[in-house]
Design a binder for this molecule. Structure first.
Ligand SMILES: [Zn+2]
Length: 431
């Protein structure tokens, strides 16, 4: 007989209470361990070992494995320009009694770099002030990872065995539109009847994510020998203004996309963004001269139902048409450099899917009305599990701020609540 939601919620709270201090300490230890990934490399393994050591005394079946085998896979989402050898995923398995649905709790250990803007305190401090745990990766997503692994720790601590198998997984290479770690886990067969990823969702059960395409537009116009010569100096800087106009045109055009129900109320459901813009730099050691090259980094997003390759073809055809009617760009053509190819796809799981109802039920039981069902404003690796491997996938995670920016933090209490939600959902789902 399956426990009622109230019983699962009660059990989850009871089983996690003795671990509260340890979960915070684990989050802190993970934040204090640099696991920055900058393509083509990533340095996740030291943090994976910190996690492995924390799991040791729970006598879990834990495996740390090298993702270097990706290189031999023919899967189209293996990013050929990245190095995987020496980068380790970690998976902890809690075998069930053999009667019940299995569950995969997954998160990424890599973080983005600290960036160039100053932080108020060290990005590696893991310091707790006013209920917030600070540092790079605290919210994206070491807090969520600690909460997911706490589910396994609590079950082992209490000697409770679920009906179905539980897998807790910590992967590499999610940032910078990676997905290699997730892909490695799925390809080697660490799969389940449902999956949840612990991105920082501010307690929202996210059942849809957007796709993303990133590309650089490069225009090389200047002659390095031409400055101070009798020839007029050609600059690609001002024509880039017209190129930005073309991008802006797409911002407007994309607003007319059929939204679907889950993205209906978003003010800008499929934004087109400029991530970087360059024509010379402001650094003091750069000579004052007319730039030779200009570059724009563009970021298109897609709704889950869209035919992404078709939209990309349309965008590139429109760029060729724009370039053809501009005298400057006719002479100095714009080069397109796709920096992630193929693009990330979105995903969507139905509101009435049993896994959506289960996780939302658990979230409501723990958090009350704060637990909403929503859609994300960003892409992630969820589509790989769901669309490439058929695993119904949701996102759920703690409250925080500053992801990919300075002064990132996660709310400590929300890490504990997230663990409770995940444990209540596991008790309910796996039986
Ligand atoms: Zn993330």
């Amino acid at each position: 007989m399956r426990a009622s939601p109230t019983a699962s919620v009660r059990d989850a709270r009871r089983l996690l209470r003795p671990l509260a201090k340890e979960i915070v300490a684990l989050t802190r230890a993970l934040v204090r361990t640099d696991s920055v990934s900058v393509p083509p490399d990533g340095h996740e393994t030291a943090a994976q070992k910190v996690l492995r050591d924390a799991l040791k005394r729970y006598r879990m079946d834990v495996e740390l494995y090298d993702t270097g085998f990706l290189r031999r896979s023919r899967h189209r989402y293996v990013r050929r320009d990245r190095r995987y050898a020496g980068r380790h995923n970690l998976v902890a398995r809690l075998p069930g009694r053999g009667r019940g649905r299995s569950l995969l709790l997954s998160g990424h250990m890599d973080t983005v770099p600290v960036g160039r803007e100053p932080w108020r305190s060290s990005p590696w401090s893991g310091a707790v002030r006013n209920g917030r745990l600070h540092g790079r990766g605290s919210w994206d997503m070491k807090g969520g990872l600690a909460a997911q692994f706490a589910v396994g720790m609590a079950l082992r601590n209490a000697g409770t065995r679920l009906g179905g198998d539980l897998l807790c997984e910590s992967v590499v290479d999610e940032e910078f539109a990676g997905g290699g770690g997730t892909l490695a886990g799925r390809l080697r067969g660490d799969n389940a009847d449902a999956c949840a990823i612990a991105e920082g969702t501010n307690y929202e059960v996210v059942r849809a994510t957007r796709g993303g395409h990133f590309f650089d537009l490069v225009c090389r116009a200047g002659d390095p020998m031409g400055y101070f010569s009798k020839e007029e100096v050609v600059s690609p800087a001002v024509p880039v203004g017209r190129l930005l106009g073309w991008i802006d045109g797409w911002t407007v055009r994309r607003r007319a996309v059929e939204r679907g129900e889950i993205y209906r109320d978003f003010p800008d459901p499929v934004p087109v963004q400029v991530l970087a813009l360059e024509a010379n730099r402001f650094d003091p050691d750069v000579p004052w001269s007319v730039p030779l090259v200009s570059r724009v980094r563009v970021y298109f997003q897609f709704l889950p139902h869209e035919d992404v390759p078709a939209v990309v073809r349309e965008v590139e055809a429109s760029l060729r048409a724009f370039g053809a009617q501009d005298p400057f760009f006719r002479r100095y053509p714009i080069e397109v450099r796709r920096i992630v190819d193929p693009p990330l796809l979105g995903h969507e799981l139905a509101a009435d899917h049993p896994w959506t109802r289960c996780l939302h039920g658990a979230a409501t039981g723990i958090l009350g009305a704060k637990a909403k069902i929503s859609a994300s404003e960003w892409p992630c690796d969820a589509f790989l599990a769901q669309r490439e491997f058929g695993i119904p996938t949701l996102l759920f995670g703690p409250r925080g701020a500053g992801s990919h920016n300075p002064n990132e933090y996660v709310e400590v209490v929300s890490v504990l609540r997230t663990a409770e939600v995940y444990l209540a959902a596991a008790l309910e789902w796996c039986g």
